[in-house]
Design a protein around this ligand. Structure first.
Ligand code: URA
Length: 254
């Protein structure tokens, strides 16, 4: 009888699952480690979960607004987000994805939510879509290392990259508003449908893209999301027109 060395069989099974698209060891819904801990003996629970905050405010949006408004700089806002306990997404995500690029840049890009790569690295737009975004920006001589600041509406990855729910967007919005106020860009780029819904209250990126509007008191340009461009290369032509429009607006308002 074999001694139970199943390494190669296990590895083959794992490779097969990765091939099928599995990228996380998670279930359909995020694991709520807090309620899990509640069902365990006290000593064991203390080992797997930090203590709950003493006072948990009841309205998530109020709590978000208070937390966001208490931040006086970007690091303070990051800390306020990290301490915010009302969003279920936080419990299923590995990391808080706050922002990347150059704070105080004239252009701030607001995407939707972290995906797998962003969740792993703790930075927005670092996967395939992010790499395309970097190439698009370079084409107009812009980049996160010098003149672009990037964040997302949601700082935590939704399970299996599902669309964020309206209540999740609503509770994160005060943080995005404060983020824009603290970063103080001249212009916003609102990337994709979810971001347009969150910041403009409108959907339908195909109609919205390329048309300058206003969001959070700033001129804002809705654009196709780079993930959409990866699936629909023909739309890159429109994206190029939008990049040129962004560049022209920067020049006009310099
Ligand atoms: N898509 C987004 O909207 N944001 C990211 O950070 C990554 C992919």
């Amino acid at each position: 009888m074999e001694s139970g060395n199943t390494f190669w069989a296990d590895k083959a099974a794992l490779d097969w699952q990765i091939e099928l698209g599995a990228d996380e060891c998670i279930a359909d819904a995020p694991v709520d480690r807090y309620s899990l801990a509640a069902s365990l003996p006290k000593k064991t629970a203390a080992k797997i979960t930090p203590e709950l905050p003493l006072s948990v405010e009841s309205d998530p949006i109020d709590a978000a607004r208070r937390a966001a408004d208490s931040a006086h700089d970007l690091e303070g806002l990051r800390a306020a987000l990290a301490a915010y306990e009302h969003c279920e997404l936080k419990k299923g995500a590995r990391t808080l994805v706050f922002a990347d690029g150059t704070p105080k840049a004239r252009v701030m890009i607001i995407g939707e939510a972290p995906g797998r790569d962003e969740d792993r690295q703790g930075l927005p737009f670092v996967g395939r879509a992010g790499q395309l975004l970097d190439r698009m920006l370079e084409a107009i001589d812009m980049g996160r290392d010098r003149n672009v600041y990037i964040t997302n509406v949601l700082p935590w990855r939704p399970p299996q990259n599902r669309d964020p729910k309206p209540d999740e967007i609503a509770m994160m919005k005060p943080f995005v508003e404060r983020h824009v106020a603290l970063a103080a860009p001249d212009l916003l780029v609102v990337m994709g449908n979810i971001s347009c819904q969150a910041l403009l209250g409108r959907k339908g990126i195909t109609r919205l893209r390329g048309n300058w509007t206003e969001a959070l008191g700033k001129p804002a340009l809705p654009m196709f999301h780079p993930a959409y461009l990866l699936r629909n290369p023909a739309a890159k032509r429109d994206a190029w027109a939008d990049l040129l429009s962004l560049k022209a607006r920067l020049r006009e308002t310099a």
